[in-house]
Design a protein around this ligand. Structure first.
Ligand SMILES: Nc1ncnc2c1ncn2[C@@H]1O[C@H](COP(=O)(O)OP(=O)(O)OP(=O)(O)O)[C@@H](O)[C@H]1O
Length: 243
């Protein structure tokens, strides 16, 4: 379980976050949404152990996070792929760092590329791929190390609407299959409702928790066509707008 406890963050005089607290259960999906500049990315970096909070703490399984989380993977908006490495080498990166044998690495990477619809692109370079494919490479690389926690900062924002929906389905199915704890920062109300079984709404900067919306109905591709989905989007829109 991830416990975010009274997190505040100052950058010099600027207060980015103010006493943010919430919890994400094991195997849960949590979306974080809020106005531009309210501290969402900052919060995610603090959760990943890559940035120190000014106040408060993050606990993973009751242990305080004081250094980069080893059992977590972080996916950023611009995919973070190395342009000079092939698809295979990009996906294999985390395994190489962790000292996997060549054979174990090849087995895992090959299986992932197949699963992610990237078979045949092993030797391609990121610039030869579409946005959706690049994003799949980034996700494959992140989950190659079998993280317990997947932290994503607006991972789908640079995709067109159709690829974006496809990738949302993809992430949902990945979650159903692996039950990895997922935390997703997004600007999109529909994406938050589709993917986040818990939705944390932040206020304008300094980001505080405005509401935590229970959205346990999420979890199936068909959810986006259901009445309760539309109702939840409406509620979320009102919650974000409310002063
Ligand atoms: N390293 C930094 N040094 C100084 N200020 C920073 C730093 N990182 C973030 N900030 C400031 O903190 C505030 C929150 O930034 P952050 O990127 O976390 O917001 P966000 O909600 O993710 O924004 P967006 O939705 O636009 O991506 C902003 O005002 C930003 O300028």
């Amino acid at each position: 379980m991830i416990t975010v406890k009274g997190i505040s963050k100052f950058f010099g005089e600027l207060k980015a976050l103010d006493g943010v607290s919430f919890e994400v259960e094991d195997g849960e999906t949590c979306a974080i949404i809020g106005p531009s500049g309210c501290g969402k990315s900052t919060l995610l970096l603090i959760m990943a152990g890559l940035l120190k909070p000014s106040e408060g703490e993050v606990l993973v399984d009751d242990r305080a996070v004081n250094s980069p989380l080893k059992n977590a993977a972080l996916i950023l908006q611009d995919f973070g792929l190395f342009p000079w490495k092939t698809v295979y080498d990009n996906v294999a990166l985390g395994l190489k760092i962790r000292g996997f044998s060549r054979r174990a690495e090849r087995e895992r990477v090959t299986a992932l590329l197949e699963k992610f619809g990237l078979k045949g692109f092993e030797k391609s370079y990121p610039k030869q791929l579409s946005g959706g494919m690049k994003q799949r490479v980034a996700i494959a690389r992140a989950i190659a190390i079998e993280p317990q926690i997947l932290l994503m900062d607006e991972p789908l924002s640079s995709l067109d609407a159709l690829s974006r929906e496809e990738m949302q389905n993809f992430l949902l199915n990945l979650w159903k299959e692996t039950k990895t704890t997922m935390v997703l920062v997004t600007h999109s109300i529909e994406e938050a409702v589709f993917l986040g079984r818990k939705i944390v709404v932040l206020t304008e900067r300094p980001g505080r928790v405005k509401a935590v919306v229970d959205n346990r109905e999420a979890g199936d591709e068909s959810y986006r066509y259901e009445e309760v989905f539309f109702e939840r989007c409406k509620l979320l829109r009102q919650t974000i707008r409310a002063t």
